[in-house]
Design a protein around this ligand. Structure first.
Ligand SMILES: Nc1ncnc2c1ncn2[C@@H]1O[C@H](COP(=O)(O)OP(=O)(O)OP(=O)(O)O)[C@@H](O)[C@H]1O
Ligand SMILES: [Mg+2]
Length: 279
């Protein structure tokens, strides 16, 4: 009996360990570096940490898939088809040369927003859809659109944690209130206990006083939740997608690469802490 229960515990442990850590990259403000963070982290987790990573694009702009070299206007299967119930998430997965598996999107996803909004259980469609693949990945990263519409809500409801890129600008700081309201809605109204993986200062220009002031304001507000490493404003990060490459491939020794490497480590630490909490 004791032996049996030991096996059961070990079994449970293995099952839990093989569940993907799910992280949404979210901010309601546009242009803060959500997609840049999502696809670079995804590629880095595969290439530097040997992780199995699925990147899901819930933004009809389709930038995550495009940046990893997918021809998003010609894709055969995409997230929209999963929401429509036409295919399983498994059938919507495309592999990329970076080693990251992607569930891509394009503008057709936008046409699904109104139909989905009227469906019962609309907030948990993605949470349900990814259940069948969580044991096949170490990480599932979800890139969000710049709003708190039905796709962002689905992304947040499907995830254990949220990484929040905030750009170093006055409007960037203004976005914080909206983000906190959104997370309150997820936690209290929808009863989903999502955690903050970290707040990430992006587009940091060290020559600019505003960047330093914005970083200090973020620190006052978020304390330890603000990641100490900032993502610098660098043209290399802007150029990399046009080669279908991550920053680690395009400019491995540059500032952008160095900064995102530290964030990769932070994400790995969060994953192991999160797994320990689950046990
Ligand atoms: N640190 C950076 N330095 C220079 N350019 C950057 C940086 N981060 C992002 N960019 C560029 O800024 C633009 C917006 O970035 P990105 O698409 O990642 O933001 P986003 O938050 O996903 O935007 P959206 O809300 O529209 O989806 C892109 O052209 C990107 O290449
Ligand atoms: Mg984006």
């Amino acid at each position: 009996m004791i032996l049996l229960s030991r096996f059961f515990i070990i079994d449970l442990f293995i099952v839990r360990l093989s569940m993907a850590c799910k992280i949404a990259i979210f901010n309601m403000k546009g242009g803060v570096g959500k997609s840049t963070t999502a696809y670079n982290l995804a590629a880095g987790l595969v290439q530097s940490h040997n992780q199995r990573v699925l990147l899901i694009d819930t933004d009809p702009q389709g930038h995550s898939g495009a940046a990893l070299g997918l021809p998003i206007w010609e894709i055969q299967a995409q997230l929209k088809d999963v929401f429509q119930g036409q295919i399983s998430i498994h059938q919507a997965i495309t592999s990329t040369s970076s080693g990251v598996d992607v569930v891509p999107s394009n503008i057709q996803l936008a046409e699904e927003e109104i139909p989905i909004s009227g469906r019962p259980g609309r907030e948990r469609l993605l949470q349900k859809a990814i259940k069948s693949v969580t044991d096949q990945y170490d990480f599932i990263l979800i890139d969000c659109p710049p709003n708190i519409g039905v796709f962002s809500v689905n992304a947040l409801m499907a995830c254990d944690g949220v990484l929040i890129p905030v750009d170093m600008s006055y409007l960037g700081l203004m976005s914080i209130q909206g983000i906190e309201r959104a997370l309150k809605l997820i936690r209290e109204e929808l009863e989903h206990p999502i955690q903050i993986v970290g707040v990430l200062a992006t587009r940091f220009d060290k020559r600019n006083k505003l960047s330093k002031e914005a970083f200090e304001s973020l620190h006052e507000h978020f304390g330890d939740q603000l990641l100490q490493t900032v993502i610098p404003e660098t043209v290399r990060l802007r150029e990399a997608p046009s080669f279908g490459q991550s920053i680690f491939e395009y400019d491995p020794k540059g500032n952008g690469s160095r900064a995102y490497k530290v964030i990769l480590d932070e994400v790995m630490v969060w994953q192991s802490r999160n797994q320990n909490v689950q046990h």
